[in-house]
Design a protein around this ligand. Structure first.
Ligand code: SAH
Ligand code: SF4
Ligand code: F3S
Length: 458
């Protein structure tokens, strides 16, 4: 049985896409291996959002060429956002590359890779020289309806908390962002298909779903109507909530544009919605938000956060922030720091601005030196961390409902779970009996970012 190894960089959407690809390989008779040296096909699902992400994927792919010495038939492929953005030029960067497949063609990866691998294996049986010429495939075309092809899940070791992609693409034009280029126009899947997928997951023991999209709250705005003042996204949340057996619902990422009162209200009458949103702010300065082409003001962002906390008093909010955007002054940066302090985020990803190809911000004149970006990154991180640590420490002594997702990443002897606020708790217990279950845990210790506790039996 041939083996495929898949390495994924980038966002949760990419993880979900990789899962779809893995499923197609297992259906085609392959096994998925976690050991690249053992694989017959090696795939890297790539991200382009920052230069560092691209460099990592290229570095990894280059390094993995060493397996060809022992196994010359191995097929190498790039898929995802960098594949979409760079296309065939990647064959120049990585000479042993065979396949480049874009973000609207994940459902074709198996066919391309298996086609090349079968030919190579046949030739090896005939003891003919392996010739690599004329075999490579590059497919980065757009495809109508491709959002509907990300719908199957792996059958083995399914996570009790699963991702469901509800839409693809983005119609915004944030001046720094490559995603609209790599993911194409906004396209939503029908509500009925999504609910069907959620029910199938439920039948296999999944209790928590995270709905994925670049701007989830705008889901379906071009395809479906509002009903009773409710956006298609809120309609979707209601229908997913009606699926018995699904106990928790999350989504990522929402955007201030179109974050209306119907969505805020959903948190008051849909108890399955978890008390956490990841809500990217990007900057606390109106000047920078304008230059970023983020069509809201800081005050509007703050107002939505406050409404969310009023709807759900225990609401945890995490965010994304870019520092060192072209033209960002000390004062602009200070406005960001002030907003972080004001909103008391539970955590934040802080990114140094990275110029991306074909984006307006990359052409702006007032680019900042790396040293300034780095300095602001460190300064902001220390503010973010201090708040995050304080909030986690405050949970010591409380009881939290957690969903146990199985062995913890760092110590397989212990179990890991997440609270409704999305905080990780580590504890001891019976793996088989507790995985996939929701139960209370008494939090006993905090190391700042991780909580440790003991399951409570009432
Ligand atoms: N659709 C989401 C963001 C997806 S990209 C949204 O609009 O909220 C994930 C994060 O990467 C962004 O929130 C942003 O903070 C960061 N990012 C995007 N482009 C970047 C760039 N050129 N440099 C640094 N960070 C970037
Ligand atoms: Fe990028 Fe902006 Fe779209 Fe988010 S909303 S994916 S940051 S263009
Ligand atoms: Fe990266 Fe593409 Fe996601 S650029 S962040 S993998 S949508």
């Amino acid at each position: 049985m041939p083996k495929v190894f898949i390495k994924t960089y980038g966002c949760q959407m990419n993880e979900r896409d990789s899962e779809q690809v893995a499923r197609m390989f297992t259906e085609g008779g392959y096994t998925v291996t976690g050991d690249e040296s053992d694989a017959d096909a090696i795939l890297v699902n790539t991200c382009s959002v920052r230069d560092q992400a691209e460099q990592k994927a290229i570095g990894k792919m280059t390094h993995m060429a060493r397996h060809r010495a022992r196994k010359p038939h191995v097929v190498y492929g790039f898929m995802g956002c960098m594949a979409q953005s760079r296309g065939a030029e990647l064959f120049q960067n990585v000479p042993h590359l065979d396949v480049v497949v874009g973000t609207q063609k994940y459902h074709k990866v198996f066919e391309y890779v298996d086609g090349i691998l079968s030919k190579r294996l046949e030739r090896r049986m005939d003891e003919l020289e392996l010739s690599m010429t004329g075999e490579s495939v590059c497919d980065i075309e757009e495809e109508e309806g491709s959002q509907n092809t990300i719908r199957d899940h792996v059958t083995e070791n399914i996570n009790p908390s699963s991702f469901v992609s509800i839409m693809q693409g983005c119609n915004m034009k944030c001046s720094y962002c490559i995603v609209p280029d790599t993911r194409g126009k906004e396209r939503g899947r029908p509500i009925s298909d999504i609910v069907e997928e959620v029910k199938k997951l439920r039948d296999r023991g999944v209790v928590e779903v995270t709905l994925l999209g670049q701007i989830v709250n705008l889901y379906g705005r071009t395809e479906f109507d509002k009903i009773d003042g409710k956006s298609p996204f809120v309609q979707l949340l209601e229908q997913v909530s009606d699926v018995d057996g699904i106990e928790r619902i999350r989504f990522t990422s929402p955007h201030p544009i179109g974050y209306r009162d119907d969505l805020v209200a959903a948190f008051t009458y849909l108890p399955k919605l978890c008390s956490h949103i990841h809500f990217p702010m990007q900057s606390g300065s109106d000047t920078i938000l304008r230059a970023m082409r983020r069509p809201y003001k800081n005050e509007k962002f703050v107002e939505i956060c406050e409404k969310m906390k009023a709807a759900r008093p225990d609401m945890a909010i995490t965010t994304d922030i870019i520092v060192g955007f072209p033209g960002e002054t000390e004062q602009d940066f200070q406005d960001t720091v002030d907003t972080v302090k004001r909103l008391q985020f539970d955590n934040a990803f802080v990114f140094r601005y990275s110029p991306r190809r074909n984006t307006p911000a990359a052409e702006m004149e007032n680019q900042l030196p790396e040293s300034v970006k780095e300095e602001r990154n460190q300064a902001l991180l220390s503010v973010v961390n201090e708040i995050a640590i304080r909030k986690n420490d405050a949970l010591v002594g409380t009881e939290q409902e957690i969903l146990c997702t199985g062995a913890s990443k760092n110590n397989k002897e212990t179990l890991s779970g997440r609270t409704s606020q999305n905080k990780i708790v580590i504890f001891n217990g019976d793996h088989d009996r507790m995985t996939g279950k929701i139960f209370p845990v008494k939090v006993e210790e905090s190391t700042g970012f991780t909580l440790y506790g003991t399951p409570v039996i009432h």
